[in-house]
Design a protein around this ligand. Sequence first.
Ligand SMILES: NC(=O)c1ccc[n+]([C@@H]2O[C@H](COP(=O)([O-])OP(=O)(O)OC[C@H]3O[C@@H](n4cnc5c(N)ncnc54)[C@H](O)[C@@H]3O)[C@@H](O)[C@H]2O)c1
Length: 344
Amino acid sequence: MKILLTGGAGYIGSHTAVALHEAGFEPVVLDDFSNSHPAVMDRLARLTGRPVALERGSVLDTEWLEGVLRRHAPAAVVHFAGVKAVGESVAQPLKYFRINIEGAISLLRAMESVHLGPQPPGPPMLVFSGSATVYGDPARMPITEDFPLSHTNPYAHSKRVIEEMLQAVCLAQPLWRVGVLRYFNPVGAHPSGLIGEDPAGIPNNLMPYVAQVAVGRRPSLTVFGNDYPTPDGTGQRDYIHVQDLAEGHVAALRALLAGTGSFTVNLGTGRPSSVLEVVRAFEQASGRPVPVQIGPRRPGDIARCWADPSLAERLLGWKARLGLEAMCADAWRWQSGNPQGYAD
Ligand SMILES: NC(=O)c1ccc[n+]([C@@H]2O[C@H](COP(=O)([O-])OP(=O)(O)OC[C@H]3O[C@@H](n4cnc5c(N)ncnc54)[C@H](O)[C@@H]3O)[C@@H](O)[C@H]2O)c1
């Protein structure tokens, strides 16, 4: 059974492709490589033991997407493709609205015309990469899915608009089956060290930055604020191992294929870690020092954010298994084996 992964060459998509292969599905990667490296396809072939099908192009091209859907007739689509840097979205909101929102509309239109047209291959089934940023700055922790939504930047806004569009589409056309997965903070890498997160330029996220300091690519880490109302003053997040996250997609697809109606769930561990806890865990996993400097707070950052992941367990039978130690050990194996990422 084929599953089409838009953005499948990216960080989360590539790990999900391997998890899907291991679960007996046949992943088909669709990507324009705007934020990933074609070399990932060789790594996927090594991990799955055979070439993974690739469709190179943009989700913005609806007609081409229709052709891809007809050619492969996937049982479902997982929509990872998009742009994700919060800071960049503040500087270039239209880029985020175009690629994320127009990209989602383009995919939905292509799926509608193939799956709701004459001789449909099956009902339209979609898993969408949502984000915990749609909760804004919630007053309480942990976060459940019924918390009010708000956004503090155009990236989060784009994710929220897409969720609302998906709801409207499901309401209007009940054949659709859609799973929205609100990821918390994905980190780590495949335990083989063959695939991992390979950000272009200066990493926006903590773990890849810490990893680049440990491997000697950057001199030190600047911690954005140590005066938050948290136990050690630094921000707390719900880091989730990308392997657990990949399994969450398998569980979501199985639920949709089994006839579960549309759903929206948090994918997190439910356990917060502070910036300094991550730094310490990484030093331990790597055996390398990670020098830290304290800087001012970063505008738009929130103090605390962690999930109540119990709905995903009840609905999908999925639960995160891996802790901070495994996240750091696997991120380090990837970073130390590929100091310059896929360019090595
Ligand atoms: N990594 C995170 O911290 C995080 C957290 C929450 C949600 N998400 C969401 O998960 C999804 C995947 O994130 P990721 O971390 O793997 O990012 P990523 O940048 O590694 O992967 C996204 C992939 O999409 C591709 N892409 C971008 N625009 C495209 C287009 N127009 N057509 C085809 N392909 C295109 C990129 O080349 C890349 O391979 C994104 O939608 C992101 O917003 C990520």
